[in-house]
Design a protein around this ligand. Structure first.
Ligand code: NAD
Ligand code: LMR
Length: 337
């Protein structure tokens, strides 16, 4: 996310310790960035993920170098690779799917570099359209013979950050107490906040559910439209916060902390006809340890949520199939080291 005008914790040039990350995550409350509008002052500390970054628990040197137009990882042993590179950001009126033509190739290339250089790393995919770029990443990793579904994540944390913020604002709740699971995918109607499962248990009128759901689904567009008036761009600070939050959760899981849960778009059986689905997962030493949503979150949905879930299935399936078809059509590449 573009790093101008903010104090940036740069994952590639400034070695990041887990302590710093913890500090960063606790310093940045969602309140600082929840407005995610350019009118807000930049938070004091932020974690930029505008390029591909790889984090080693004790990194000592730049994790990547350029070879012509390619970015090549230059050290093995990285624990997490964060893919946020993009060939352009959305303009008002564009959908995330419109970014497919540019970003599919970028993600494919970066995942190849991860597969060749850090095959055991967790891969966090931020680049849009996440609903398709994650299936592309899976196909690339399969072709390289290093696919472990527990280690591939579409970063949908920003949807949860937004849902928590909007619910806290509407209901006058302390933000830190609010937790709304958001399932499905990361585009328009495929983003499904499960307000009936919000913690603390909160009552909403039908109108509130509709308004909140619509706002959470359209929040990315809200930002793109707001920023278009000030020179363009997409969600930056809030995405940086979300990326840092998800990274910290992943590192805690790798470290063996118990009870680390986050929503993420992963390969799972939560909805049998959808090979990838965002749901709450337990993070552990090898990535996804358990997909909580398959057993819990999707049971006992309200009528509104059940209808929205049915409605999103064809759209999400189409995006998944598009990513898989793209990746399968690509010629095999040689290893990059
Ligand atoms: N998952 C989410 O919730 C979420 C939220 C916000 C943005 N996004 C997505 O993240 C992506 C990045 O958004 P942004 O606002 O940071 O865009 P940006 O244009 O500010 O930054 C993208 C960066 O990628 C670099 N880049 C382009 N091609 C590259 C390549 N082949 N290798 C390495 N780097 C390359 C560019 O130089 C640029 O610095 C977009 O796809 C955007 O839609 C996702
Ligand atoms: O909406 C976008 O295109 C960017 C991003 O996915 C977001 O949710 O803000």
């Amino acid at each position: 996310m573009a790093s101008a005008a903010m104090s940036t914790l740069n994952l590639s040039s400034s070695p990041l310790t887990k302590q710093q990350l913890r500090f960063g995550a606790s310093t940045l409350s969602a309140e600082h960035v929840s407005g995610f509008s350019s009118a807000r002052p930049a938070p004091s500390l932020c974690c930029s993920s505008s390029h591909w970054r790889a984090v080693k628990l004790r990194p000592r040197r730049r994790p990547w170098r350029r070879a012509g137009n390619r970015v090549v990882a230059q050290a093995s042993g990285y624990k997490v690779a964060i893919l946020g590179a993009a060939g352009g950001i959305g303009q008002p009126g564009m959908t995330r799917d419109d970014l497919f033509g540019i970003n599919a190739g970028i993600v494919r290339e970066l995942v190849e570099a991860v597969a060749d250089n850090a095959p055991a790393a967790l891969v966090h995919v931020i680049s849009n359209p996440v609903n398709s770029t994650v299936p592309i990443a899976a196909e690339v990793l399969k072709r390289k013979g290093v696919y472990d579904p527990r280690k591939l994540f579409g970063v949908t944390t920003l949807d949860v950050v937004r849902a928590n913020t909007f619910v806290a604002e509407m209901k006058g709740l302390p933000l830190a107490d609010v937790d709304v699971p958001v399932v499905g995918g990361h585009a328009a109607a495929t983003i499904l906040p499960l307000l009936s499962k919000a913690r603390p248990k909160t009552a909403f009128t039908d109108e509130e559910v509709e308004a909140l759901t619509r706002r959470i689904q359209n929040a990315g567009t809200e930002v793109v439209e707001a920023k278009a008036k000030a020179g363009g761009g997409s969600a930056t600070l809030s995405m940086a916060y979300a990326a840092a939050r998800f990274l910290e959760a992943s590192l805690r899981g790798l470290d063996g902390d118990a009870d680390v849960y986050e929503c993420s778009y992963v390969q799972c059986q939560a909805v049998p006809e959808l090979p990838f689905f965002a749901c709450r997962v337990k993070l552990g030493r090898d990535g996804v340890e358990e997909v909580a949503a398959a057993g819990a979150e999707l049971r006992g949905l309200t009528e509104f949520e059940a209808r929205a879930l049915e409605a999103l299935k064809p759209q999400l399936k189409k995006s998944i199939d598009k990513g898989v078809a793209y990746a399968q059509q690509q010629p095999a590449t040689v290893a990059m080291g």
